[in-house]
Each structure stands twice: as C-alpha cells, then as structure tokens.
Design a protein around this ligand. Structure first.
Ligand code: AMP
Length: 318
C-alpha cells in the first residue's frame, strides 16, 4: 500500500482525529494542520477533528486552534511539519496508539507509527496538497488559502531551492481548483506596521559581519521595547535579509526574557547550517534553522561554528 493510501485509511477509520504541529508555529505549521482539519471534515463531516496547539496572534487569520478533547488518546494523531517529539505543540505523540507524521524536515527521530517524511518537499502544506491529489480527500477554498500561505512563506515566495516543478504543479492545480484570491493572502501575510520597517532598518544597520560572511545581531529585551515589537518579530523578518552580497549566513539572536532564553534564527545562501544548530539543541533545514539557547557563552561559540562552516564553504566554492 502506498503512503497516501495508508494515511487515508487511518483517517477513514479514526474518530476523533487530533492534528498537531510544532511549537512557535509559522504559516506552514498552522496552515498544514488547519487545512487538513478542513479537508478531513469536508470528506467526513461527522468526524470529530481538532487542530491543537498554542495560538499566535500574528497568524490568527489562518484559523482558530482547538482544545484537546478528553478522549484524545482513543483517536488518531496527525503531526505535521515537526520532526521531533519535544517540539510537538500541545500533545505527546507517544500517548497515541495510532499516529501519523507528515513532515518535510530531515529525519531526526521516529515519533509516529506511520511516518511520511519528504525533505525534498518545499513545505508540509505542499505534502497535504499531494495527499489530496492522491486520495479521495478534496481541497476546499478555505483549505487552499491556508495551504497557499504555508507554501509561499516556507519557500519565501518560490525563491528557495526546494521549490520544484512539483511545487509549481501542485500550486497551479490548487489555484485552478479553488480560485483563491492570492492578493488577499499576500495582504494578510505581508502587511505590517511602519514600526516594523524602522526595526528592520535597525537590524540591517547593526549586523556584525565576520571575516567569513556570517552576519549576526543580538537583540535585547530593551531594544524590543524601544521599537515596540514582539519577541518573534526578528525571526519573522529574517528572510528579508537574503541576497546581500557580503553575507552568506545571517543570524538573529533575540532575548526572550519571559522564558530566560535567546531565540536564534539562522538563514544561509550556501553553507549548510542545521548540523551546527543541532549541536545547540536546535535544528531545522539545510538553509533555515533555529534554536533556543540559554547560555550567552554558547551563542558566541555557535557564531564561531557557523563562521567555520562558512569558511569551509567559501574555500570549497572558490
Ligand atoms: P525559524 O528561524 O524559527 O523560522 O526556524 C527555521 C527552521 O528551524 C524551522 O524549520 C524550524 O522548525 C527550525 N527550528 C527553529 N527553532 C528550532 C529549535 N529550537 N529546535 C529545532 N528546530 C528549530
């Protein structure tokens, strides 16, 4: 049985169904689970389907998350966009007899009974589209909007390398089938207050750049307060610093005073960075990774490690 059929069968025979994604969710995490909820209910309206996790105000337009029902352990868990147990938001995958993972991160550990992992997929939302095309699950317009939002944010509007002909084919079919209003989605995703532009200018003007083209900036709680922006804001705007000639790897390090950690977001135009972040309790994709680091000393060492990776990359590509 192919993986699409396996997942479809699990959905067909299960009730309730719990959908979960990673902590600190982005539009791919939220879009994949909220769209899948809509798609499952469209095919099986009598099922009880819950998309769980902590809400985020920035992406509230993608839909509301549900409370975990009391009988959740009897159900099927579907985790999207999350490679490891400790980053699943709101549930413990090991509580479930039946579980499915749909993810595009490189494999880290087995957390679900059935795992569909495709690191070549641009996004988990792309994988949900693929699942629909290969089963009796049908897209709705609302689900299409959420999936489109996830795909364009994870590919940075089709700019990243893992945007393939498959991505374009699936998105082409999505647009044709659901007639979504692309402009409206872009407006919801990209419209921002002027204070964020001022803050972005601050970041752009204050990067430290190493000899090997690693740019980094430490953003303290005081700076966040001065610019009146939230803790996730620097990480959310990191893709805006792509395509800068002198920079190959760029890092925002944001103080999260409530949790006593620094939120680290890293992007790369070439050097492979996830292996570095894994050494600091984080991870992610080859060119887009993150971590939460407690100890300031470790941050300095991590920058040195990234500098080393970048140095080797420059040497190999000279
Ligand atoms: P971000 O910079 O937060 O957008 O994260 C970029 C990528 O790194 C995403 O694929 C995340 O799933 C991954 N990532 C971010 N933070 C962590 C973390 N603390 N542990 C593991 N992976 C992370």
């Amino acid at each position: 049985m192919n993986i699409y059929k396996k997942i479809y069968k699990q959905i067909q025979k299960s009730d309730p169904i719990i959908l979960a994604h990673h902590i600190g969710p982005d539009p791919d995490a939220l879009g994949s689970s909220l769209a899948l909820k809509e798609i499952i209910l469209n095919k099986f309206p009598k099922k009880h389907v819950y998309a769980v996790g902590h809400p985020t105000s920035k992406f509230a337009f993608l839909g509301k998350l549900d409370k975990l029902p009391e009988n959740y352990k009897e159900g099927l868990l579907i985790v999207t966009d999350t490679p490891d147990k400790h980053r699943v938001d709101g549930v413990n995958p090991f509580d479930f007899e039946k579980s499915v993972k749909i993810d595009h991160h490189p494999f880290i550990e087995k957390t679900c009974k059935i795992e569909w992992i495709d690191p070549n997929a641009s996004s988990a939302c792309q994988m949900i589209l693929e699942l629909c095309e290969n089963t009796r699950l049908k897209l709705t317009k609302e689900a299409g909007e959420k999936l489109f939002a996830g795909i364009i944010t994870d590919t940075n509007r089709f700019m990243f390398a893992y945007t393939t002909d498959k991505t374009f084919k699936l998105v082409g079919n999505l647009v044709k089938k659901t007639n979504i209003d692309i402009n409206e989605i872009y407006n919801k995703l990209y419209l921002r207050p002027y204070k964020e532009i001022k803050f972005q200018s601050f970041i752009g003007s204050n990067f430290s750049i190493t000899e090997n083209q690693v740019a980094y900036i430490k953003i303290t709680d005081d700076i966040l307060k001065e610019y009146n922006v939230e803790v996730p804001t620097p990480g959310n705007m990191i893709n805006n610093f792509n395509f800068i000639d002198e920079i190959l790897v760029w890092v925002t390090i944001t103080e999260d005073k409530n949790f006593g950690v620094y939120r680290v977001s890293v992007r790369s135009r070439g050097p492979i960075i996830n292996s570095v972040l894994e050494n600091y309790g984080g991870g992610g994709h080859k060119y887009a990774s993150g971590a939460r680091i407690k100890d300031e000393e470790n941050i300095d060492i991590m920058i040195k490690d990234l500098d080393e990776v970048s140095k080797n990359y420059i040497k190999e590509n000279a």
